[in-house]
Design a protein around this ligand. Structure first.
Ligand SMILES: [Zn+2]
Length: 379
């Protein structure tokens, strides 16, 4: 993070010498810059629609001697003295089994990690997502989730994230009704989210209807003119370099929170090991825990901070940009993970070779034509 900050500081010095005012820096308090940024590692715990909790939550398979699910995620966080927030989709109990989902909740809570609520309500409430349900039903869904987590693990839910970020303004009100104080569904980088399209903030947390809404951190990975390609901090999709740069930029610009997300199956997607993603989590947690500008917290800890001081999370709002080079670099890091990465990685060198070859061919043709013309003229 220091490197990015020193680059940023250098840029500001040059701008100051040239008498240029940088608008995004204007009005920022030095106090906000000194405060650490709170980083929350969040995990959406769920099976796919066909439901295989052994594989998709625990990361177990007959041919795999080690687990690559939520247990491994907790191991990594614990190794660095950090805790994560696990949003559990308890609504898959009718397909995955009550005992299975209760065990998931108990293990997370007993290991001292933050057990919270994730809503894919379909199997229990006959509605695909929270934003498809009316306000009364949304409240019913949340209250049932709070009840079951209390019954199964003895834990009090303080935070909610809607499945697929498919929440709306009613979801925030429903959280208040269900006595859930924090909402983590706001994501500008997910086009299917009604809440994300409300334009309530970029990355700054905000309070609405008495609920603290903490956005999933978004950034612009590339832009051209008015076109922008947006991403959010998902450890499967973003490289460690991108996550670090985004968090450093948010901190430098006075934003108080950053939310990194993953799924219970991020290390073991469809039963296929993703060691790169495991290394990414390990590297990120180690780096952030050692960084004096960062404090790794859970949603529950964030709630305690906010409850103790309602102004503790008030800061600036900002949308970081990672740029073309980081996007391109990421595709080289993932060459073995699909044709899209191969296409993006090889497109610029292939384009360059084509341009150079074209130039050479044109020059040769011109030379030949000139020599033919010279030969005709000399006859
Ligand atoms: Zn989900």
């Amino acid at each position: 993070m220091q490197r990015y900050i020193s680059l940023n500081a250098g840029f500001l010095v040059v701008c100051t010498l040239l008498g240029i005012v940088v608008p995004s820096q204007a009005g920022r308090t030095t106090e906000a810059k000194r405060l650490p940024i709170y980083v929350v590692f969040t995990v959406d715990v769920e099976s796919f629609s066909n439901g295989n909790p052994e594989r998709d939550i625990w990361g177990r398979a007959p041919n795999e001697p080690q687990e690559h699910g939520i247990g491994r995620m907790m191991d990594i966080l614990d190794r660095h003295g950090a805790k994560g927030t696990f949003f559990v989709n308890i609504y898959e109990a009718p397909t995955s089994g009550n005992d299975t989902m209760a065990e998931v909740c108990r293990v997370i809570h007993q290991r001292g990690h933050d057990l919270e609520l994730h809503t894919h309500p379909g199997p229990m409430f006959d509605v695909f997502s929270m934003q498809d349900a009316d306000p009364v039903k949304q409240t019913q869904i949340l209250k049932r989730g709070v009840e079951l987590i209390k019954e199964w693990a003895g834990a009090e839910v303080v935070a909610h994230r809607a499945g697929g970020y498919m929440a709306n303004l009613d979801t925030i009100k429903a959280c208040k009704q269900a006595d859930i104080q924090l909402e983590f569904s706001y994501n500008m980088g997910w086009p299917e989210s009604d809440l994300g399209r409300e334009g309530l903030t970029e990355n700054a947390p905000f309070v609405r209807d008495g609920v603290l809404c903490v956005p999933v951190t978004c950034y612009i990975q590339a832009s051209a003119g008015s076109w922008k390609s947006m991403r959010f901090l998902d450890i499967e999709a973003s490289s460690p370099q991108e996550v670090r740069k985004v968090v450093a930029d948010l901190h430098a610009n006075g934003v108080r929170t950053a939310v990194v997300m993953m799924h219970s199956f991020s290390f073991f997607r469809m039963g296929k090991r993703h060691d790169r993603v495991e290394r990414t989590l390990d590297e990120l947690v180690a780096g952030f825990v050692a960084d004096p500008d960062v404090e790794v917290v859970t949603a529950r800890q964030l709630y305690e901070i906010w409850r103790a001081d309602p102004n503790a999370l008030v800061g600036a709002d900002y949308m970081p940009t990672t740029g073309w080079w980081m996007t391109y670099h990421r595709s080289w890091q993932r060459l073995g993970e699909g044709w899209k990465n191969i296409a993006v990685a090889f497109a610029p060198p292939v384009f360059l070779v084509l341009v150079i070859s074209g130039g050479v061919i044109i020059r040769r043709r011109r030379r030949r034509r000139k020599s033919r013309e010279a030969a005709r003229a000399s006859k």
